[in-house]
Design a protein around this ligand. Structure first.
Ligand code: FAD
Ligand code: ZN
Length: 469
């Protein structure tokens, strides 16, 4: 016989387990078998309970219980966030969407798919191959990040130049609000101006306004040709001219224009580094250029002709096109293996600033100069999505205390205000950048964000303390 002590109120863990069962609701001890993050911090997950809903109804049930108890919850996707958005504390309930991992349907004629939030981005790409389609979002974390996380962060990535950011790739959404209300807004039309576009509430809001369960995504025909090359350039002006030349030469086929400052390229291709250099290591800048299209012969000829023209006119100093799949992978690894920086230097502060392309060179010079004044030995590695006005800046100055971090952030963020930049282009705010949000958003914008939060999540249970307090 089981005795239930009715005089003692059930704990949140007991309530969740009573409603959903122990398969779906894990204890803190079970949760501690898992990692708290898939990026750098791999300490055990520390939480009050881990909920693994199998469908939207499970999630709605869990949120109803948490809302009634004013219990904070943290939505988890692939845990590749780099700004502390998935940091979970011992008193919080983690909710992972990983079991909602089905591609529900693909509409090849209308180029759409209905996908659950826990589908891993790479798995979706693999799935769509057999349909001759692809979802045009690509980022280094594709093997772990999930569609729900991509949407909640409005991920940018390596092809945003051509296809836009995640916001441009989502047609409709289903989300569960803080109180357990399910809002199914699975629009699949390209144009729909019937009232407010509710999906925007959940795109890029880092799990603070609702938990995404399903999405209607925009698909593209899978390109049948791809041309990739490293370019070497001797000045930043040349990089700008080359970007404009590439836009005119390739039009819509231009998918990627990733710029590396010499410091990043040299680190990744140093003799004891992870990769051989495709081009000599003494140029000021390097570009990883890629086009994708549907006419292999024509596309390849155009690619080669354009690179030759750029060489002859002196726009670029050197070029090295990938000649095989192996070379293609080698080229991309140089760009994507950013965690190598952490194996050589510790600690590293990472930034994903947004700024006008014309201001990039001066901005990087300014922050390097200011950082060097404080830490003569500082190292700054710069690379990123130049075509989207988005740079990644990795700063390592040997120290890791809160004062150092704050000073580094100040030196990196403050110059952005005078050039119309933003403290984050794609990673979001999370915990790490909320102290600086006022640099990129004015008081009226911040007040409206708080009004929305209070309306949708009156007890502030969803990702409490992330983005703003
Ligand atoms: P998580 O890290 O699990 O969560 C991210 C945020 O979304 C958190 O606030 C979380 O609470 C919330 N969330 C997760 N799932 C849901 C849901 N279903 N509903 C509501 N909220 C949810 N980002 C880019 O934009 N471009 C890049 O090029 C890029 N490159 C990266 C490369 C590497 C090597 C790494 C480690 C990260 C990179 N990132 C990049 C950052 C990260 O991968 C993206 O932000 C990604 O979209 C996060 O997805 P995720 O599933 O891992 O989400
Ligand atoms: Zn990026």
């Amino acid at each position: 016989m089981i005795w239930i002590n009715l005089s003692k109120p059930m704990s949140i863990l007991q309530q969740l387990q009573a409603a959903l069962g122990p398969e779906i609701v894990w204890t803190p001890e079970q949760a501690a078998q898992r990692k708290s993050s898939n990026w750098v911090n791999t300490t055990p997950l520390n939480c009050l309970a881990l909920v693994l809903p199998q469908n939207t109804e499970d999630l709605a049930t869990a949120l109803k219980i948490c809302h009634a108890a004013k219990q904070p919850v943290v939505p988890h996707g692939g845990l590749t966030n780099v700004v502390g958005s998935v940091v979970t504390q011992a008193h919080e309930v983690a909710i992972s969407l990983e079991r909602m991992n089905q591609v529900e349907s693909v509409d090849a004629l209308n180029h759409t798919a209905v996908v659950q939030a826990g589908v891993v981005l790479q798995d979706l790409q693999d799935y769509l191959k057999s349909h001759g389609l692809f979802f045009p979002l690509d980022l280094g974390a594709k093997g772990s990040c999930m569609i729900g996380g991509n949407i909640a962060t409005n991920a940018g990535g390596l092809q945003a130049l051509r296809y836009g950011v995640t916001r441009n790739l989502v047609l409709g959404l289903e989300a569960v609000l803080a109180d357990g209300t399910v809002v199914s807004s699975l629009n699949s039309l390209a144009k729909n101006n019937a009232g407010y576009d509710l999906k925007q509430l959940f795109i890029g809001t880092e799990g603070t306004l609702g938990i995404i369960t399903r999405a209607v995504l925009k698909l593209e025909d899978r390109p049948t040709s791809r041309n990739t090359a490293y370019l070497a350039l001797d000045s930043f002006e040349a990089a700008i001219e080359m970007l404009n030349f590439a836009k005119k030469s390739f039009g819509n086929a231009l998918t990627t224009f990733e710029l590396f400052w010499q410091d990043y390229y040299q680190l990744m291709t140093s003799p004891d580094g992870p990769h051989r250099p495709p081009l000599p290591r003494d140029h000021a800048y390097y570009v990883l250029l890629e086009t994708a299209g549907y006419s292999p012969t024509f596309d390849q000829e155009l690619f080669q002709d354009s690179l030759e023209k750029a060489l002859v006119s002196g726009l670029i100093a050197d070029a090295c096109p990938a000649q095989s799949q192996q070379e293609y992978e080698w080229f991309w690894r140089i760009r994507e293996q950013v965690d190598y920086v952490f194996t050589v230097h510790q600690p590293v502060f990472i930034f994903d600033v947004s700024l006008p392309i014309s201001k990039m060179e001066g901005y990087i010079e300014e922050i390097k100069r200011d950082l060097q004044k404080n830490w003569p030995e500082v190292k700054v590695f710069t690379f990123g999505h130049m075509g989207d006005g988005n740079l990644h800046v990795y700063v390592t100055c040997g120290e890791n205390d809160a004062t150092t971090r704050h000073r580094v952030e100040e030196l990196v963020f403050e110059p952005l205000t005078k050039i119309g930049g933003s403290i984050t282009a794609e990673h979001g705010v999370g915990l790490e950048k909320k102290a600086w949000l006022h640099l990129s958003r004015n008081p009226a914008e911040l007040a409206l964000m708080k009004t929305l939060k209070a309306a949708l999540d009156p007890h502030g249970i969803l990702n409490r303390g992330k983005v703003f307090d």
